[in-house]
Structures are given as C-alpha cells and as structure tokens.
Write a protein that binds this ligand. Sequence first.
Ligand code: FAD
Length: 320
Amino acid sequence: ATPVIGGHRGALTPVSFELFPPRTDAAALALGRTIDRLAEANPAFLSVTYGAGGSSRERSLTVLRYILEHTTVDAMAHLTCVGSSYQEANSLVRQFLDAGITSFLALRGDPPTGVTGPAELGDLGSASELVQLIHRVQEEREPFSQERVPGAPQGTRIARRRRPERVAVAAFPNGHPRARGTNADIDSLLAKQVAGATLAITQLFFHADDYLGFVDKARTAGVTIDIVPGLMPATSPRRLARIAELTGEEVPAELAIALEVEPDEQGQHEIGVGYIARVAAEVLAGGAPGLHLYTFNQHRAVLGVLEQLGRMPVGAGSSR
Ligand code: FAD
C-alpha cells in the first residue's frame, strides 16, 4: 500500500488544479476525461490558463464552460492584460463574466520577446490593475444581488454588493525572473492585496523552505490573504527540464539525478510523485492553507500526490 505522509489535515486539505486549453480535438477529448477524474477529488476550483496576448481566449472559454456544465466544481479563468488597451481588457473581463465565470486569476502576463516599450505593453501596467478592473467591471455590470435573509419572513431580501467569487493573483517565492530586487515581489503582492485580490497562488517550487520563508516575509509586510503553494510533480527527466525552462526555477540536483538514473517510466513517475508529496506534507505542516497542483493536463501524478497525503483513497492515481 502507498505510505501516507502525516502532519497535515489529510482528507480536509483544500486542493485546486491547473489545466491549459488543449490544441487538438484528441487532446480536448482526453482533457474531458482528466477533468472528470480531477473533479472526484472535490477540488475548490479548477483553473484554466490563458495564452499570452489572448491567443487561447476561445479555447480557454471552452474548457471553462465544460467545467461549469459537467462538474459541480468552480471554474477559475486566468486572464492576462499585457498588450491590451483598457477597453480591450474591460471587454475581456465582461466576456468571461457573461460566460458565467466568477473566479479569476489576474495576471499581467509576459510581453512577446523583444517588446519593451510602454505603448506595446498596453494600458494596464501590472496584475493589480487587472484585479481592480475585474472588481470594477463586476460592479458596473451587476452591482447588487438580492439575497434571502436567514430567519426573516419568506420573500424578505436584502441587496448585497456583488463580488466575484475569487480574484486570485500570482506570487513568486523565489522571486519573479524580472523582479527589481528581493522585496519587489512582496511589494507587488501587497499591492495586489490592496487592489482587491482575495488569494495568491505561488509559482511552483521544489523546497518547502522557499515557500515558508516567503510567507513569513509576506506576513511581516502585511499580506493577510491566503498564499496557496503551487506544486508540480515532475515525473520524467524531460518534464523536469521543461518545468525549469518554463519557470526559470532551479531544479534540485538530487531529484534530477534520481530521475535520470531510473530506467523505468513507472519508477520515474513514483520518484516525481513521492518528491512533491513530501514537499506538500512539509508546507501543509508549516501552515499552508491548501495545495494548488499544476497538472500538465494529466490526472495520474497529481492524484498520486493526494493519495500519498491521505487526501484521496489508494488507487486514485491509477491510469483508469
Ligand atoms: P506582476 O505581479 O504584475 O509582476 C511580476 C513581477 O514584476 C512582480 O512580482 C514584481 O517582481 C515585478 N513588478 C511588477 N510591478 C512592479 C512594480 N510596480 N514595482 C516593482 N516590481 C514590480 N502567464 C500567462 O500568460 N498565462 C497564464 O495563464 C499564466 N498563469 C500563471 C499562473 C500562476 C500561478 C503563475 C505564478 C504565473 C502564471 N503566468 C501565466 C505567468 C505570468 O504571466 C508571468 O509570471 C508574468 O511575467 C508576470 O505576471 P504577474 O501577474 O505575476 O505580474
């Protein structure tokens, strides 16, 4: 049986998963099955990435609609604002709200390589401005909801200011690759909180201390919102190299070597899952409010991590 790693809230640990919009019909079909399997873990939400410059807008929406229509899980839309005019960003937010999305991950996004001029970067300079815009558009569109008053006579309603379900933002425990200094990432997270962010999700990392140290510094600086650790099991040497390339994060030598010397694919899978399950147990024991797992659109490895944490029954990470 899979050993269960202790020191955390086991079955109650809140989790969420990240997906990206598929490029082919075959990948879309496979993603539908992945979503159904991930939904069995009863996650707080499934988030769907957004291609730089809006390249995936329709494909992202298709995945988000699938989640809303086929599961009872909340769907979170990543949105980026780099390169957009204020008007374009406004209508983007409106389009997603119209599709029924009420949870967002507000990002600045990366400008295309070589683009540096303020005109090309667009009207919104940072993710905090997009956070503000999401709140503003929601309020303009539908400022109040009519809510039942518990215990009051039937039909009694009060008008409550409508807020998006969640407005999440990114945080960088090991620093954003282009941060100006060590405190820039904390300052930027604080600015996002002031703008109205309700939770932060971190860039992936490989050492629990990276996350725990960052949270400590953020709390000292006045950040009070939940900072959810983002983790991704690297289940092959190729996957680990790709993660390093995409995020700029330094990969641990012991994990790279262990994956490299293991000849068997199943053995590599177990090494990657086991490594991240241990990091997850450490951050949860250190007070992390939950886990956000990057899936690479595959359920096996992330459900395997939850299985090792005792958050899912044994066999959840099978290839069924
Ligand atoms: P910001 O937080 O606005 O800026 C990034 C960093 O720049 C800050 O942390 C800070 O160090 C520095 N900075 C910004 N403003 C200031 C300032 N005023 N003063 C000093 N320093 C400043 N990209 C996509 O294209 N699509 C996605 O779906 C996507 N999803 C992501 C999900 C997560 C959880 C994470 C962590 C990243 C994701 N990204 C995605 C990548 C992200 O778009 C890039 O990291 C981008 O370079 C920065 O976006 P941001 O929202 O972090 O920007």
